[in-house]
Design a protein around this ligand. Structure first.
Ligand code: ASP
Length: 322
């Protein structure tokens, strides 16, 4: 690391290629389409062996997750390995961290060992950005989830999943339902669905879990579940992000399910065959009924499968041939 690198976290290289992926905000539609096409290339049904390539042989990817993760961490690891990269997992001790300084020390240590990319998850949304500002020019940073701000690879896998099932995003009505206010998944999903031409992106949430008006430009807002999902093509359910709330603000789960839980009956308000999505982890019986989560309209397992493909595409795009 050097002073010279503390310039900005500009995601682009001087040749115009993408170096960091910290957010989907501001990425052009052609670039998003290219990433999705590459993801589709790596997205194999479970009946055939997982796609592999040698694109990242000789590269090293470090995963530094400071918040719990199952799918994102495992799928980044599988993605990197399936492209031939070496992978290291760092246990981030939140308790010993002083305002991000020890993160930079860890990053500097790993840079000295020839790490080519860092995948970071943190409750502090500024951490991936800060690391991106400090790493050497040859090193890339990818967000695996930054506070409630962004989760770019989740947005990509959500868009890929809808495209696989509907053939397009254009013109679709997509409802994002639940704790929108604290959800990084909602922010990245709204950004990519809007960029890819969705007809309407609806935020459907209780008043207390609805984000500020200044956010989510262009999205419509509903504070009633039945009206919010009415005639939708896609219903994306969200977990209540208790970890981002004070204890007093956490809704009572039984009451929440009564008013906001997606049941089979309620789902009938959406278009016939509407897709049901959830980024997971799911709280069955809180934001979604079990029979809906496992039902014929659910594409939740496809979202997980596509997570590996998207992360392969992202790692390849950022690192291959560098
Ligand atoms: N796994 C997603 C995330 O990391 C969604 C969630 O935790 O509710 O944001």
């Amino acid at each position: 690391m050097s002073e010279k690198n503390i310039l900005s976290s500009n995601p682009w290289r001087s040749d115009g290629s993408l170096r960091h992926l910290l957010t989907l905000e501001g990425l052009s539609r052609p670039l998003l389409e290219t990433l999705l096409e590459r993801s589709a290339h790596y997205s194999a049904p479970l009946s055939v062996p997982a796609a592999r390539s040698n694109a990242l042989i000789g590269k090293t990817v470090a995963l530094m997750f400071a918040e719990p993760s199952t799918r994102t961490r495992v799928s980044f690891e599988l993605a990197a390995r399936r492209l031939g990269a070496d992978v290291i997992n760092i246990e981030v001790q939140l308790s010993s961290r002083l305002k991000g300084e020890s993160v930079l020390d860890t990053v500097a240590t790993l840079e000295s060992m020839h790490v080519d990319a860092f995948v970071l998850r943190d409750s502090d949304a500024s951490i991936p950005e800060m690391v991106a500002k400090h790493v050497a020019p040859s090193v890339s940073v990818i967000s695996g989830g930054a506070g409630s701000l962004s989760h770019p690879t989740q947005g990509l896998l959500d868009a890929l999943t809808v495209r696989q099932h509907r053939g397009r995003i254009e013109g679709l009505t997509i409802a994002i339902v639940g704790d929108v206010k604290h959800s990084r998944v909602a922010r990245s999903a709204a950004q990519i669905f809007t960029a890819l031409g969705a007809g309407e992106v609806r935020l459907v949430a209780p008043v207390g879990l609805m984000p500020d008006e200044a956010e989510f430009a262009g999205c419509s807002r509903f504070t009633n579940l039945d009206r919010g999902i009415s005639d939708c093509d896609v219903v994306m359910m969200l977990r209540i992000q208790k970890e981002r709330m004070t204890a007093a603000a956490i809704p009572d789960e039984a009451r929440y399910f009564q008013e906001w839980g997606l049941t089979r009956e309620r789902l009938q308000r959406a278009k016939p065959g509407a897709l049901v999505m959830h980024p997971q982890p799911m709280n069955r019986g809180v934001e979604i009924a079990s029979d809906v989560a496992d039902g014929p309209q659910s594409v939740i397992r496809d979202q997980v499968r596509n997570g590996v493909a998207v992360r392969m595409a992202v790692l390849e795009t950022l690192l291959a041939g560098r």
